[in-house]
Design a protein around this ligand. Structure first.
Ligand code: SF4
Length: 284
């Protein structure tokens, strides 16, 4: 039986950069905080915790803590969070992914120019919350066609559209069309800010799942890009397993299985992927 691991499985450039930065900082020593979990992966976050890195989730929490450095994760944070951290006398190590930084800048510039900002993405997701926090006025987050229709009588100015980096490209295109239709009397500018790493990972998962008898998607249940990989794989391969670590894998292979495909979300560490891959190759 063949086992194929997707080439794009595991840490993307932005996540790797953020995780490496934390480990480098641990090596150097000092008091380290992360603003929110650095990545959506319990294994990695627990490892940081064991090495003395504390996670904070609000500016107020910092008020009672000894001074140190605060690492901003790859999802980025709102402008006022940077200001609040500095005001409290903490240093910032910024690992916001450059692709996310670009969106924050676009939103800041275009909102200052008087455009109404529409973010296509999942409201409440940390990256989206961060992007919203760079808008000089109210930004509208839309995650469904009905969300867009609700904007019909709300939008008064020209519109500038961006996307959460991990949003599905086809849905994004659809949503833009709906938005253009309801804003037919306005100027609608669109920046496709979906990250290529996400596209490539999703396309590869779909292609692999199409030919696989069984698909294994490894990722944290909190990771939206991992969940999307699962959904995509499941549409092409009925026997798709979504696991966080090898411990959760209870593989039930059909007798005629010829190919097992493995992929993993952007926040899944290499060692977990290797463990799963080795297990499947050894025991099946
Ligand atoms: S998915 Fe893309 S945008 Fe998000 S952290 Fe990774 S490289 Fe950056």
């Amino acid at each position: 039986m063949e086992v194929i691991l997707a080439e794009s499985a595991g840490f993307c450039f932005g996540v790797k950069r953020a995780v490496d930065t934390v480990y480098e900082k641990i090596e150097k020593g000092g008091i380290i905080y992360t603003y929110g979990p650095i990545i959506h992966n319990k294994e990695v976050v627990n490892d940081f915790l064991n090495k003395g890195v504390k996670e904070v989730n609000s500016l107020e929490e910092l008020d009672d803590l000894p001074k140190g450095c605060v690492i901003v994760r790859s999802h980025g944070v709102a402008k006022d969070i940077y200001e609040g951290i500095e005001k409290r006398g903490f240093t910032i190590i910024d690992t916001t992914c450059p692709f996310v930084k670009r969106i924050q800048k676009l939103v800041n510039v275009q909102s200052k120019a008087g455009k109404t900002i529409v973010i296509i993405g999942n409201d409440g997701h940390p990256e989206v919350e961060g992007i919203k926090g760079w808008c000089e006025n109210k930004a509208y987050v839309v995650g469904s066609k009905s969300d867009i229709l609700e904007l019909k009588n709300v939008i008064k100015d020209d519109v500038y559209v961006v996307s959460q980096t991990t949003f599905n490209i086809n849905k994004f295109k659809d949503f833009v069309e709906v938005l253009k239709n309801i804003c037919y009397d306005k100027n609608v500018s669109v920046a496709n800010t979906i990250c290529n790493a996400t596209n490539e990972r999703q396309n590869e998962a779909a292609q692999l799942a199409e030919k696989a008898d069984v698909m294994i998607v490894i990722g944290d249940s909190q990771s939206s890009n991992s969940r999307k990989l699962y959904e995509i794989s499941k549409t092409h391969c009925e026997r798709t397993y979504f696991i966080q670590t090898l411990k959760e894998l209870h593989l039930d292979l059909p007798a005629n299985a010829n190919l097992v495909g493995i992929t993993a979300g952007a926040s899944t560490p290499k060692n977990i992927i290797e463990e799963v891959q080795k297990y499947v190759r050894t025991y099946f």
